[in-house]
Write a protein that binds this ligand. Structure first.
Ligand code: ADP
Length: 183
């Protein structure tokens, strides 16, 4: 059984063996959580972008990723928190809209990262609220999708035991907790 927990915090220092990045298709890490992770990991976001793009070439043989595809990079400076890998995944762009199509893309993005974590033999994985920031998807829909995907993934998980959804702001944390009726 895989546990799913909602926590408030900063994912760049969250002690999970892998943290997931809400990346864009080109792994540019220009803003939001992606920039924060890149800067914290390499000390310099540009350097981590270079490392990410090189890893994408090596792992996927191309220069962009689709929903469901992921790229793994080393945690570098984040290792001091017990983080070993950063798994980059791409969620949907919503711009305030939410429908079955967006949800399916988010589902793929979450599942791709979970499967990669399992393949890496990792026990704990932390996610940010993918697509709920600059990409403008409603947090409630994102949180519900996370819960469903993690529950579904429980049946196939070999090594992953704990999945965390890390909300950066107190407000988002409260919304997430209320959405799942945990509050
Ligand atoms: P996207 O483009 O996929 O929407 P964003 O980076 O804009 O990605 O935002 C995704 C979520 O990550 C937002 O809810 C944002 O508040 C949150 N976030 C930003 N910085 C951090 C951080 N250091 N730790 C955890 N979550 C963060």
């Amino acid at each position: 059984m895989v546990s799913f927990e909602i926590v408030r915090g900063d994912i760049t220092r969250f002690p999970a063996e892998a943290i997931v990045n809400a990346a864009n298709r080109y792994l540019e890490h220009g803003g939001g959580v992606a920039y924060a992770i890149a800067k914290a990991a390499a000390g310099n976001a540009r350097e981590y972008i270079r490392i990410s793009k090189e890893a994408m070439r090596e792992q996927l043989g191309k220069g962009s990723i689709e929903h469901g595809e992921v790229v793994v990079t080393p945690a570098m400076r984040l290792e001091k928190y017990g983080i070993r890998y950063v798994i980059h995944t791409v969620g949907p762009y919503c711009g305030g809209r939410w429908d079955e199509n967006k949800k399916e893309k988010l589902r793929k993005a979450i599942l791709g990262a979970l499967r990669k974590a399992d393949e890496l033999g990792i026990r704990s994985v932390a996610f940010p609220a993918i697509s709920a920031g600059i990409y403008g998807c409603p947090l409630e829909g994102v949180v519900r999708t996370f819960k469903e995907v993690v529950e579904g993934f429980s049946t196939e998980a070999m090594s992953v035991e704990r999945v965390y959804l890390v909300l950066y702001s107190e407000r988002d944390y409260r919304t997430a907790v209320e959405t799942l009726g945990l509050g």
